[in-house]
Design a protein around this ligand. Structure first.
Ligand SMILES: [Zn+2]
Length: 237
């Protein structure tokens, strides 16, 4: 298993590591700062350097419990000592986007009693699907205002690890379907936006909602009966 440094420290940009395995599709390290695609958050990109060269990481995915770095170029050999560095600008934008999405889902649930059914993000842009009969510009405007007020409140965002048995009893985590996480996962990683949202989540987030900055509701779409989609964008790059 790869030691996933991003799980406890989202702000780590680089780490030293040893090449554990080189496969046809990519590279496995003993430890990494590269987030592997999952939970709606794209995988990290960046560079891996060693004494004889460097290679670009074009994406990062999870495979058989390992974090697999997808490369463009010649990989370093097994056993090599390397320095792994993520594209921090892109990742930090993704962290802001991810935290914004959690805040949005909390506002939609709290103020409109509406269940969120899915979400996805790119750097600076995210979409969320939810069960709602009707949606209009007025609704989008109201959500945008409330969301921005919550973000500006500078709420701390915390990572914690809860024993699975405990997580299954937490009403907030039940609401966000903690029971659907595979049984082998214990403890459960929890992301909490103080006073606003709590959910089981593997992604990387900023330390506080003020770091997200303001958000715009870019678009609302009617995708069918009780299936509405909202797109948000970070107001500053
Ligand atoms: Zn998330």
């Amino acid at each position: 298993m790869t030691e996933e440094l991003f799980s406890t420290d989202a702000y780590a940009r680089t780490c030293s590591a040893t090449v554990a395995e080189v496969t046809e599709s990519g590279l496995v390290l003993d430890r990494t700062v590269f987030y592997a695609r999952g939970g709606g958050q794209p995988g990290d990109t960046g560079v891996i350097r060693w004494d004889r060269g460097g290679v670009s990481v074009t994406d990062t995915v999870k495979r058989d419990g390992h974090v697999l770095h997808l490369l463009e170029g010649e990989p370093p050999p097994v056993g090599a000592s390397v320095e792994a560095e993520i594209d921090w600008e892109r990742r930090h934008t993704l962290m802001r986007t991810h935290t914004a999405l959690h805040a949005l889902s909390a506002v939609i649930f709290r103020d409109h009693d509406t269940k969120v059914t899915g979400g996805n993000m790119e750097p600076g842009i995210a979409r969320m699907d939810f069960e709602l009969e009707a949606i209009d510009a007025e609704f989008a405007k109201r959500v945008e205002e409330v969301l921005n007020a919550e973000l500006a409140a500078d709420r701390p965002v915390r990572v914690s690890f809860l024993p699975r048995a405990e997580a299954l009893l937490d009403p907030d985590l039940i609401r966000t379907k903690v029971n659907l996480i595979p049984e082998s996962v214990d403890p459960i990683r929890v992301i909490e936006i103080e006073g606003l949202d709590k959910q089981a989540d593997g992604g990387t987030h900023v330390r506080s909602t003020a770091e997200v900055g303001a958000v715009r509701v870019a678009k609302t779409e009617n995708k069918g009966k009780a299936f509405k989609r909202m797109r948000i964008e970070l107001a500053r790059a």
